[in-house]
Design a protein around this ligand. Structure first.
Ligand SMILES: Cc1cc2nc3c(=O)[nH]c(=O)nc-3n(C[C@H](O)[C@H](O)[C@H](O)COP(=O)(O)O)c2cc1C
Length: 188
């Protein structure tokens, strides 16, 4: 049985929900899967895994620090395994109305995925670029205050709100399709 490890770092919850959704798909595709939030859980050894998926949310153009540390720590071993990187970010839903979505996505792919792989000499079999959440329940006072201005915009656009104050711009089907294809590549 193909063994997969999914590790991630999240600030507002999108990457966590995404990691869980990827894990569900992996299970349905017959993979043995372990999911670790690197903020609470430690990974000591990755030798058992055939596929390692590393995910992070993006804030002010930066990954969370835990998955970055993971890539650094296991860099050598990861070079000899199937890997995949994914991010949850705001590129699909830029806050600046003048911003062009295609340009934002291209920027995120180049800087937050391809550059990250290059930094650790990895050749991932897949990159996942997903939307994020605007989670006012987890924001500090400063961003809560400044970003409150976009609430009407999110409401008007009909962005789903699975719980009050949490706006989810992710496309679940895109995540599931990506995970299905990745599981099939891992099993090949
Ligand atoms: C304060 C703040 C800064 C952000 N900065 C960026 C950014 O620089 N680039 C981007 O693409 N998305 C940005 N976003 C959108 C986040 O990527 C989105 O909230 C995502 O859900 C974060 O992942 P997480 O929920 O797993 O923490 C930002 C969001 C917030 C609240």
């Amino acid at each position: 049985m193909t063994k997969a490890l999914i590790v991630y770092g999240t600030r507002y919850g999108a990457t966590e929900m995404t990691a869980t959704e990827i894990a569900d798909v992996f299970q349905k595709e017959g993979l043995d899967v372990n999911v670790v939030n690197l903020k609470n859980g430690k990974v000591k050894d990755i030798s058992d895994y055939d596929l390692v998926v590393v995910g992070s949310g993006i804030k002010i153009k930066k990954w969370t620090k835990e998955p970055e540390k993971f890539l650094s720590k296991f860099q050598k071993e990861l070079q000899n395994k199937k890997t995949a990187l994914f991010i949850c970010c705001g590129a699909n839903y830029p806050l600046d109305e003048k911003a062009d979505v295609e340009t934002e996505i291209e920027y995120a792919r180049t800087n937050h995925l391809e550059a990250k792989a290059a930094k650790y000499n990895l050749t991932p079999i897949s990159y996942g670029l997903f939307g994020g959440v605007y989670n006012f329940n987890r924001m500090g006072w400063f961003f809560k205050k400044t970003l409150s201005a976009i609430k009407p915009q999110l409401e008007e656009a009909g962005v789903p709100q699975p719980e009050p104050g949490l706006y989810d711009t992710r496309d679940i089907n895109k995540i599931r399709d990506w995970a299905t294809e990745l599981a099939q590549k891992a099993n090949a």
